[in-house]
Design a protein around this ligand. Structure first.
Ligand SMILES: *Cc1c(COP(=O)(O)O)cnc(C)c1O
Length: 443
């Protein structure tokens, strides 16, 4: 594991990274963004070491993927062992132990103690897309309800389910049909104020479903229990239980997209656990593979089995190396109590972010849960989004060796997604850099 300390040996990016970035400009499609154009040599714990030997503090985890660290011993050793046994068979052709073990573990660990089954895939978008396929077959209904600020992926169906136009949808239409949108209770921006958000958002959704769509045409509502790309928006207490009650009443499935929130990130194994909400289907990915591509749909056995053999699958679905990695991730989460660690990160970081928000008029709100924390930038004295300011603060953090990501429908939110194994000193140092960057930027 690299030395767990921020070390700047060159400007960021340094000459080696710049050389790689130059080669990239000539060889890689420009459609791939580059948040911070450094090129990584190795990574582990809370540190990324770049090609120039700089040690950067990782507040991104490769977008909530390397929660156990980017080279967790249990993941590395299990993947090495599996690679030496065999790399691939295609589970639809011949089976193997790891796929079954990951399915058993997810059936046991996801919310609810009903009979469950699991289908493994490769990416988060694929999990969401398959959850919709399963819901449509199981209910024989066509319509899907999604929410404002939602992010569900980049494939045709999941892009259609995603809310934000630029950059995810612009020019990529026509979109998939039978996708309808209802408001998401965004407490900071709810017109009637945060106290009204949950009930008014539920009222709107109930009205859209009952008076516009017809409940018996709606297969599922798909919700991120805490929204990710949309801006780390935490719905007020009562919203998810209200959604559960309404959908259940009409035989509409509740699909939780826990691709970003799942596997200990929010201080529970799943974000739905916070209010004991039990979805019918739950999508996981990102942190599940600790860096290897794997995703899953886990749900009521009766629903999962509505699809006949051959109806779902994929060449690489539940690839053996990725299954080995997932078993290493689950072992690490349990052995190192990473749900507890996520809560400790919240306890250390959220008060500092709230204090920063109180002191700096350009921060409208600090929010989040567990190790999924964010600050939203606004024009001082208003709630008008300040995306340029968020970008400048992020750039300053990057120059000081702290990797942060910007998100939000309005591009004005800086989010913190540190690996859950980050140590206290690194976390504190990274937060100090963020605080100084805000102070230096917002005047
Ligand atoms: C990242 C993400 C996805 C898409 O996952 P990919 O692996 O990039 O396809 C879907 N839903 C949510 C909530 C996500 O954060």
């Amino acid at each position: 594991m690299p030395e767990q300390r921020r070390i700047l040996r060159t400007a960021i990016p340094g000459p080696q990274s710049k050389a790689w970035h130059d080669r990239r400009q000539h060889s890689v499609a420009t459609g791939f963004a580059a948040t911070l154009p450094v090129y990584v040599e190795h990574a582990g714990g809370g540190i990324i070491v770049d090609a120039d030997g700089n040690h950067l503090i990782d507040f991104a985890s490769g977008i909530a993927v390397t929660s156990v660290g980017a080279s967790a011993p249990a993941v590395v050793s299990r993947v090495q062992e599996q690679a030496a046994r065999f790399t691939h068979t295609c589970f639809m052709v011949t089976g193997y132990d790891g796929f079954v073990e990951v399915a058993e573990a997810l059936n046991r660990l996801t919310p609810g103690d009903h009979a469950k089954k699991t289908a493994l895939f490769t990416t988060g978008a694929e999990a969401v897309e398959n959850a919709v396929k399963i819901a449509r077959v199981a209910t024989r209904r066509p319509a899907i309800v999604v929410l404002d600020h939602a992010y569900h992926g980049r494939t045709l169906l999941t892009m259609s389910m995603t809310a934000k136009n630029v950059p995810y949808k612009d020019g990529f239409g026509p979109f998939a049909p039978e996708v309808y949108r209802a408001p998401f209770p965004y407490p900071y921006r709810w017109p009637g104020g945060p106290e009204q958000a949950a009930e008014q958002a539920l009222d709107r959704l109930r009205d859209i479903v009952t008076s516009q769509l017809g409940p018996d045409r709606v297969a599922a509502v798909v919700v991120e229990p805490i929204q990710g790309e949309g801006g780390f928006i935490v719905p007020p207490a009562g919203y998810l239980p209200g959604l559960r009650e309404f959908t259940e009443h009409h035989g509409i499935l509740l699909i939780a997209d826990e691709v970003q929130t799942g596997l200990a990130r929010t201080g529970d194994l799943f974000a739905c656990d916070d209010e004991s909400v039990v979805p019918d289907l739950i999508c996981t990915a990102k942190a599940l593979g600790g860096g290897l591509p794997i995703s899953a749909v886990t749900g009521r056995a009766s629903l999962m089995d509505a699809v006949p053999p051959g109806g779902i699958g994929g060449t690489y679905a539940g690839n053996p190396l990725a299954c080995a990695a997932a078993l290493g991730v689950l072992e690490t989460i349990e052995q190192q109590d990473l749900t507890g660690r996520a809560r400790a990160i919240q306890a250390a970081a959220l008060p500092r972010l709230r204090d920063l928000a109180n002191r700096r008029p350009a921060i409208g709100e600090a929010r989040g849960r567990g190790a999924m924390l964010a600050v939203e930038f606004v024009q001082p004295g208003t709630t008008a989004p300040a995306p340029e300011l968020a970008r400048q603060v992020a750039e300053r953090c990057h120059a000081e060796g702290v990797l942060v990501l910007v998100c939000g429908t309005y591009g004005n939110v800086i989010r913190l997604l540190p690996p859950l194994v980050i140590d206290d000193d690194l976390l504190a140092d990274g937060l100090s850099v963020l605080e100084a960057a805000v102070a230096a930027t917002d005047g």
